[in-house]
Design a protein around this ligand. Sequence first.
Ligand code: GLU
Ligand code: MG
Length: 443
Amino acid sequence: MDTAERDHRHAWATDLLDDLADRDVVAVAITWVDHSGITRVKSVPLDKLPDAAAHGVGASPVFDAFLLDDSIVSGRHAGGPVGDLRLHPDLDRITVLAGQPGWAWAPADRHDQHGDPHPQDERGLARTMADRLTVHGYEIKAGFEVEWAVGQAGTDDFRPATTGPAYGHARQVELSDYCVDLIAALAEQDVDVLQFHPEYAPGQFEVSTAPEDPVHAADTAVLVRETIRAITVRHGLRASFSPKVVADGVGNGGHLHVSLWRDGRNLFAADDRPHRLAADAESFAAGVLRHLPALCAIGCPSVASYLRLVPSHWAGAFAVWGVENREAALRLVAGRDLEIKPYDLSANPYLAVAATLAAGLAGIVDDARLPEPVGVDPAHVRHAARLPVSLEEAVRAFEDDDVLFEAFGPEFAATIADVRRGEIDRFADSTPEEIAHATRWRH
Ligand code: GLU
Ligand code: MG
């Protein structure tokens, strides 16, 4: 980053100050999501925003080696106490937080002290992969569904904050002010909500947002989650985004919807093709399908993910695709997009996007074709391939995957494996109940 770029950022942030002050902003939270899927933060008082924009805010590279319980692995390329990275707030995404009066938020790009991108920056990797698709003439639109369970505060156990039934309107009546405050807060922050509803599991809700470019979709996933958390806390409750809130229940998904566009046309809405799948969209989906076991190390990255990723729980535990099949890992929403169901919210959304795009692009380059779709619950299909049943299995698939290895680069890929193995070791002797308990309030 040269001096002119730093000056430009400084001037841009300075221009924003009056408006932010008028909106009662006192401080700006600058977040990034670490490799274990936890959103971490450094904040500056409002008057320090121009300096932060130009020079970044210091943050140790040790965060690349953090685990979900805040312990630190000594990774092959991460974990040391030496060095400094700079968090540069993306001023394009700065948002006044409706659920946290006095605060604004911006997602960070992590650079080194010279202003060069940090090779293990998650947001940068998502941008690099989106740019690769652009070079091939495609545009990607993406969006995450966010599921969470609302519990009572004052306990680390999960006690649902509402007793209403699955999809029951009663749940929305019991938590009426909470629900409406949340929808209003998201609207105030210009988050384009498509739908909001009570989900299946006790206390569970879901919100889905409109498709947007991949990096912004990941930013939105962070903003939506932190807004839910803030509104939940303001209502004296607690939000769990864990893949498995209780060991024997239905989990929280973080399904990713992706569509592929060319010349303004959605290639998942080709009128003249079976299932409305243009050839490139089919190849993209076939690429994702082929790499799904390895993608699990990114999209289902915690030990608790594998308590969720079980058959007949709508999590998509089999490496199959289907048209509107909610038990297929890849659900084709014909005429719209591809839904990747196994992903959950312990995933870093930037990495989930980046890895998915790398797999999809590899499918396009190889002209990959899809097998026949599966039209029933694959649990009843003989020889349907299970996705990894443990994080260790997923990490091995990731390590053996040349496409993802190339996309991440050797240092980043090694650190992902080191962090995952750190969490595997952390839970080596734990029961499902202990894993659910330790993961419940972390993400
Ligand atoms: N809660 C389910 C999951 O763990 C998903 C339910 C749905 O299909 O929306 O992914
Ligand atoms: Mg759902």
